[in-house]
Design a protein around this ligand. Structure first.
Ligand SMILES: Nc1ncnc2c1ncn2[C@@H]1O[C@H](COP(=O)(O)OP(=O)(O)OP(=O)(O)O)[C@@H](O)[C@H]1O
Ligand SMILES: [Mg+2]
Length: 191
């Protein structure tokens, strides 16, 4: 019998959480430089990811590239700079420092992106210093959480975290391990 044809990729939605300096960006550099797919890093911080060429994301051609590109997200422009984000296909899309998207104006656009990520063959990564810095909508669609040491109150995301008890235990465990190794992390699958 023929193997079933794989028409859809896993299209993971991974949230990476960790306090300052735990190793989130270092891990992401590893993730995006492995494999043949293109990666687009969206960052509100002009000083990060400088080694990758910048794109404006204004027209279709801006989404046609190989390797890694970075886009500086300006929260002052509301959702302006992410207006065309639905044109990104077949690759890894990284939202570094999710505090910027706590603004409700971007919520709908990001929600649509997360819902359609399978058809568009996009793996999404969302990065924050802790649970409260990531908008609830990302947790709703999360398939994996990569957890470094976090210091904020996980209870504030109780309503949108599936497997809340499991996450609470994981936070305690990871924080205890981080006393010995500040770069310790665990990958938690969301059921
Ligand atoms: N596994 C590791 N082993 C040793 N050093 C590491 C490891 N991961 C990261 N580092 C070092 O720790 C420092 C902070 O790493 P990184 O910038 O990746 O943290 P971050 O979580 O992205 O921090 P921030 O929240 O400030 O963006 C860097 O100097 C990096 O080289
Ligand atoms: Mg970082």
């Amino acid at each position: 019998m023929d193997e079933p044809k794989i028409t859809e990729r896993a299209a993971k939605m991974t949230i990476i959480l960790g306090a300052n300096g735990t190793g989130k960006s270092t891990l992401l550099h590893d993730i995006i430089t492995h494999g043949n797919e293109k990666s687009l890093v969206i960052t509100p911080d002009d000083s990060e990811w400088r080694k990758y060429a910048e794109v404006e994301l204004l027209e279709k051609d801006d989404f046609v590239f190989s390797g890694v590109r970075r886009h500086i997200f300006d929260p002052q422009k509301k959702c302006g700079t992410l207006d065309k984000i639905h044109m990104f296909k077949k690759g890894k899309l990284i939202f570094d420092d999710c505090r910027a998207y706590l603004l409700s104006a971007t919520d709908l656009r990001i929600r649509q992106l997360l819902i359609r990520r399978r058809q568009r063959m996009v793996d999404v990564f969302a990065v924050g210093h802790g649970f409260t810095e990531v908008p609830p909508v990302f947790f709703t669609f999360a398939t994996d959480i990569i957890l470094f040491r976090t210091t904020d109150n996980i209870f504030k995301r109780k309503d949108c975290l599936k497997d809340f008890e499991k996450m609470l235990e994981a936070q305690k465990r990871v924080n205890a391990m981080a006393a010995k190794n500040p770069h310790y992390y665990e990958v938690i699958k969301i059921s």
